[in-house]
Ligand binder design. Structure first.
Ligand code: JB3
Length: 212
């Protein structure tokens, strides 16, 4: 979890600004910097301190924590590539949880997870590496969220739902209890999921149906 010291946010777009707002409101890091090839990506008074090529030097200069702040809607390739890179260089990868999120005490949260404003993660759930639990999402009891999955704003997963690695659950979706959603799938905004969804498909609607 949030560790203290200096923190680099890798990627300085919209998702980064959401994360930055949490980080600054918690005040746990002594210094925060953004890593982006675009100097204009500085935000909320936080500067761009370098590009990906500068990461080894930044680690040597005492920036020991790095967090992947590029988001994803569908493809998680860039997030995975950046995660592998910061891991290989030797950064610590914290989790970041907004102070307004409600997370039960027996939840397991792997490294690099972001839990945004007003999200709820209930008892017995597990959130995999670098997953995004976005603003106001509800992860009910005993859910399993795979690595690099993105549960979008206001999506609701009822109890014992399993979401595979790299899957995107669109904003406002509702998933019935006990449902299994495969890996690398994309569920459209407002999907109402009442049957299991396989790996590597696009699906949407009420009831949610596979479209390709
Ligand atoms: O769905 C919601 C609520 N948020 C979305 C989020 C999860 O994903 C949001 O609407 C966007 O769809 C997306 O946010 P993201 O990734 O912040 O997108 P964007 O605003 O386009 O910013 C991407 C940033 O990453 C830009 O500043 C790019 O310059 C930067 N970037 C791209 N490739 C990179 C790289 N930065 C680094 N360090 N390395 C890269 O390879």
């Amino acid at each position: 979890m949030d560790a203290g010291g200096r923190l680099l946010l890798i990627g300085g777009g919209g998702h980064c600004r959401s994360i930055l707002d949490c980080v600054l409101s918690r005040g746990l890091y002594e210094k925060v910097g953004i890593v982006d090839f675009d100097q204009a990506a500085s935000a909320l008074g936080i500067p761009v301190v370098g590009t990906d090529d500068d990461l080894p030097h930044l680690l040597n200069d005492g920036w020991t924590n790095a967090f992947i702040s590029v988001g994803s809607v569908g493809s998680t390739g860039l997030r995975r590539k950046l995660y592998k890179m910061v891991k290989q260089i030797g950064f610590t990868i914290p989790g970041i949880i907004d102070p307004t999120a409600a997370v039960s005490r027996d939840v397991i949260i792997d490294e690099g997870v972001f839990i945004g404003k007003g999200a709820i993660v209930n008892t017995g759930s597990r959130i995999g590496t670098c997953a995004i639990i976005n603003t106001g999402a509800i992860i009910e009891h005993d859910c399993e969220i795979g690595a690099f999955a993105h549960i979008s704003p206001r999506a609701t997963l009822c109890g014992q739902v399993n979401v595979g690695d790299d899957t995107h659950v669109g904003a406002g979706s509702v998933v019935r209890q006990g449902i299994k959603i495969g890996a690398c799938s994309l569920l459209g905004v407002g999907s109402v999921v009442v049957k299991d969804i396989p790996d590597s498909v696009k699906a949407y609607g009420n009831p949610c149906r596979v479209v390709e």
